[in-house]
Design a protein around this ligand. Sequence first.
Ligand SMILES: [Cu+2]
Length: 495
Amino acid sequence: MQPISRRDVLLLGGIGAAGVLVGGTGLITSWTSGPDPTSGRKLVTPTGRALVEPQFVEPQALSSSDGALHVRLTAAEGLARIAGQDATALSYNGGVPGPTLFLRPGDLLQVTLENQLDAVTNLHVHGLHVSPEGNSDNVFVAIAPGDSFDYDYRLPEDHPPGVYWYHPHHHGMVAGQVFGGLYGAIIVEDPTPIPVTRERVLVISDITFDAAGRIPAPSRMDQMMGREGTMVLVNGQTTPHLSSAPSARERWRIVNACTSRYLKLRLDGQELQLLGIDSGRFETPRDVEEVLVPPGNRADLLVSMRTGASVLRTLPVDRGSTGMMMGGGAAASSGADLLTLDVTGDRTDTASLPPVPKQAVPRDLRTEPVTGHRELTFAMGMGMGAGMMSFTVDGQPFDPTRVDTLVEAGAIEEWTLTNTSPMDHPIHLHVWPMQLITPSGEEDDSPVWQDVVNVPARSSVRVRIPFEGFTGKTVYHCHILDHEDLGMMGIIDVQ
Ligand SMILES: [Cu+2]
């Protein structure tokens, strides 16, 4: 979204665009996103109220060409059409979600981030295996209001294909800025495309509006629990409607961009296969009925369409509680309908659709020597004062001036992630993906690679990490972004 001058505002007003507010904190511009809701499917509720289900839409697609993609992202607050209503939210370029960036291994991604917010921000390319230094995926960059910054991300030639995403990462502001609407998907394309009828991107997020269409400030309890929105959005809409044809094979690339909400996805009546999670890919797609996608994780899903009506749902997820502290509230992600699907009409000609080829066998660190072991302990306790719990790693809240973990470049380490608290924490390490060594309940034993690993309440998970490809300083943290902002983050330096 470019700044809009007063004159443009009047011109836009003349052609019927939404109103524009000029606030005390700077220019607040307006936009509309999503489709015209009158173009959707009409429904009548049990109470006789007519509803219009919006048609499924996807964010704007921007693709690299000749090995490069240059994108200008403007982060700003303004009026947006979200979930069929006008609301004041944050956005990149006026859309919630921001544009989807389609890249190939070896590409150079250049992002000029313009900060029109009234707060400091920056950008993190979540899951990409790129340098954490300089003007690459450097979370220590701070872009002041009114400033802009040029990021350069060089993907290695052997970068794993998969679903990634981008969002702000300035400590203390992350939860509010992501919850406000600042996120978008990144797709790294397969060198050999997976044969499907159609690909779709589903960015799932949640948000809350008050009666005035503004996002209310979270309470202390919301922050300690991890704030969850009252509405769950798919590409900025609530329960959009999607149509497909019998026997079609679709590839759904799903991002959990929620600040704290765990997703447990089901699509009853349809056949689901999981290609992989994050940058991890199974050798052959795995049949699934349900996929757990904690905050920050992505699922790469094949849907083989069967005639009938289905609803993509997220089921309730118990993610613990504050225990005996702070009144012992339960942290639970509620269930919601995410989208409706109608599969009707003539069968798609699948004879022309070859089977999904075997993927490269994933690297397995269980067969490689481990050069070191460490344990990281994630804890919640009393002691921050003013009715707040502390959120710590190895007993200390985040300190931007301290290096917590020093690792030798090239090391293959086994980390035991221990959660002593009564609440689950999804732990994310930047730059270097983690192989799960204790993936309980999987029927086969193929390697599982993720960049966010859920560590259930009062338990431990073992992972192995190859610190290869890049050196530099970055972070690991809880991806319940309120917990990160409250201090559950540490600094790693790989040299
Ligand atoms: Cu957490």
